[in-house]
Design a protein around this ligand. Structure first.
Ligand code: HEC
Length: 153
């Protein structure tokens, strides 16, 4: 239990650190070296291994670590830039996952965790779309996020 609490705390510190760096405009998301093929892991396992540590198993995030609630990603889909933004955040850019695995895990998030969409209308991400988004890193994550959320649908 103490180990788990320690891990959660370390994750929270890490994420708030990169958040602060983002606010100062010093940390553009950098794309980690990523393999070009899909792993054999299920999209759910990819989520558990690569995302849940910060975002939580249910995607609810954490106020302490300033990790946003993934259950409300649907509101970003009303605009192409918002859709792209979701796969340009540092947690995705630096995940080390291939484009196809980012597409798989993101589509899994949309079909399992996100609640603010009408699921049948969701168009799944493709590896090609992820590749294009990752080729154009965001300059300032939080400013882009704030601008997108202020836009009228
Ligand atoms: C080290 C902690 C951490 C990990 C691991 C992580 N994220 Fe994140 N994620 C964050 C934080 C913090 C934010 C808020 C923006 C920022 O500062 O990066 C965020 C933002 C996001 C957003 C945008 C949500 C919004 O409302 O703005 C998406 C989508 C996302 N992450 C997806 C993922 C996926 C998919 C994975 C796994 C491949 C992942 N993240 C892994 C910490 C993390």
């Amino acid at each position: 239990m103490r180990l788990v609490a320690g891990l959660v705390f370390a994750m929270a510190c890490l994420s708030s650190l990169h958040l602060q760096a983002g606010v100062l405009g010093t940390a553009a998301p950098v794309r980690a070296e990523a393999p070009s093929v899909a792993t054999t892991s299920s999209p759910r396992s990819l989520y558990v291994l690569h995302c849940a540590g910060c975002h939580g198993m249910d995607g609810s995030g954490s106020e302490l670590g300033q990790v946003p609630d993934m259950r409300q990603l649907g509101r970003f889909l009303t605009h192409p830039e918002g859709r792209r933004f979701l796969v340009q955040v540092p947690g995705v850019m630096g995940s080390g996952l291939s484009d196809i695995d980012v597409a798989r895990v993101t589509n899994w998030v949309f079909t399992n965790l996100v609640t603010d969409i009408n699921r049948p209308t969701f168009t799944p991400y493709t590896a090609q779309e992820i590749q294009q988004a990752r080729a154009n890193p965001l300059k300032d994550v939080m400013a882009t996020r704030a601008r997108l959320l202020a836009q009228k649908p």
